[in-house]
Design a protein around this ligand. Structure first.
Ligand SMILES: *Cc1c(COP(=O)(O)O)cnc(C)c1O
Length: 428
């Protein structure tokens, strides 16, 4: 008899392209079909066949408190019977904005949108509007959503599927995007030597998570700040993953670097669709209706998303969660590195707190080129074996793994045991 996940996938493929509503879910690069999920609680996710897994995907980053956190569920429940969207301002939006401003060092004003894609797209429009310039600088392997001018050497599903650009993106637009190697100050300097006066902004994931996790050279991040200031370009930190993940105020708090604009998403929605971009009033007040740069959204600041997001941020602020996440991150990621080492399998493990990646390679992974040098066949073996052992991982070496506050030491131990078996099987 066919499993329900299999039957559903077959059905899905008839009416949904590739059977999925976002390419990263498909599992094409590991030759496996996606699991269809029935429910999740805490760190455990259960598929429609009744199999339970320890979840390291966390909906690709948002679920830092774990699934169905009681306070998030209560907040949504409290709002839902009072209407789900009004298209008019609510107190929740004010609380959300105030919370973000208090938590994220460089943000003084913020606009809510519905996805990280929209946040990055809008921040770039703002940077272009403010500077009157067209060109943007991004970095190979960084992903900022699927807006046209950002789909150049992008990470995440674009990297997993090996797509260099995308049909449907006009060359006229891509012409204005410079994609440079991450952590490479020399390449950045020469790009600015050549195009500096035409560059509107630098957009960067300060801790890249979409080519697998890359540890930033802090001097490189400082260099971005300096060169942007020197040339009058805006520095945009895309903290859609790192925001509220690596510290309450994201990577900018962790490294003490102030961008001009910040993109947020994922965690601030507590698992509901959301995004945001913010920065100094001198820039943010250029947005309509106060200013002349246009951006809008029917469902922006949606009351359910705000309620879930505020509840999540409130728990994050009150609890002593970051040291715990850090401790578990260290246990898991250094555990993986030493187990692989014991088994004689070359790996590089990069992690910052509770986000991290395992690369099957023996050379340091510092950028997209070195990330892509990792062994895809070994990753596939690892992924398949881990799934058989009840571990739900992102089906791609170019994604981050996430630990939530609901993960326990016992779960980490179980995961390490599973990894030890996976490494052993790999040698056969
Ligand atoms: C996920 C992600 C996005 C896109 O967010 P969506 O909500 O999927 O549109 C943008 N930037 C980064 C760094 C991301 O990880």
């Amino acid at each position: 008899m066919m499993k329900r996940s299999e039957t559903l996938f077959e059905r899905a493929c008839k009416t949904i392209p590739g059977g999925v509503n976002s390419p990263v879910r498909a599992g094409k690069s590991v030759d496996m079909n996606p699991l269809f999920i029935d429910e999740a609680a805490g760190a455990i996710i259960r598929d429609v066949d009744g199999n339970e897994y320890i979840d390291y995907v966390g909906s690709w980053g948002p679920m830092i408190l774990g699934h169905a956190h009681p306070e998030v569920v209560a907040a949504i429940r409290e709002r839902i019977s009072r209407g789900t969207s009004y298209g008019a301002p609510t107190e929740l939006e004010v609380i959300m904005a105030e919370t973000i401003v208090e938590m994220v060092p460089s943000i003084e004003m913020v606009r809510m949108v519905n996805s990280g894609t929209e946040a990055a797209m809008s921040a770039i429009r703002l940077a272009r509007g403010v500077t009157g310039r067209k060109m943007i600088v991004k970095f190979d392997g960084c992903y900022h959503g699927h807006a046209d001018s950002l789909l150049v050497s992008a990470g995440s599903g674009v990297a997993t599927l090996g797509i260099p650009g995308s049909p449907g993106v006009p060359e006229d637009l891509v012409r204005h995007t410079l994609s440079l190697p991450f952590n490479d100050m020399k390449a950045l300097n020469s790009a600015f030597d050549r195009y500096g006066p035409d560059i509107a902004c630098i957009i960067v994931e300060p801790i890249p998570g979409n080519m697998g996790v890359i540890i930033p050279d802090v001097d490189f991040l400082k260099g971005l700040r300096e060169i942007a200031t020197a040339f009058g370009a805006l520095l945009i930190f895309d903290e859609v993953i790192s925001g509220f993940r690596v510290a309450p105020g994201g990577a900018q708090e962790l490294y003490g670097i102030g961008p001009d604009l910040t993109c947020l998403g994922k965690i601030i929605g507590g698992g509901l669709p959301v995004g945001a971009y913010g920065g100094k009033p001198e820039f943010m007040l250029r947005m309509a209706p106060e200013g002349d740069i246009y951006q809008a959204g029917t469902l922006s600041g949606n009351p359910l998303a705000m309620a879930a997001g505020i509840a999540t941020l409130t728990v994050l602020r009150q609890g002593d969660l970051y040291p715990k996440l850090e401790k578990m991150g260290n246990a898991l990621f250094s555990g993986l590195a030493s187990l692989a080492g014991n088994a004689g399998i070359p790996v590089v493990v990069n992690h910052v707190g509770s986000m991290g990646s395992l690369f099957f390679t023996d050379a340091p992974v510092l950028d997209f080129v070195t990330a892509k040098a990792s062994d895809a066949r070994r990753f596939k073996q690892y992924y398949r074996s881990m799934r058989e052992h009840g571990m739900y991982l992102a089906p791609s070496p170019f994604e981050a793994g996430f630990i939530s506050a609901a993960h326990t030491e016992e779960m980490i131990e179980k995961t390490l045991n599973a990894a030890a078996s996976a490494f052993k099987e790999m040698l056969n």
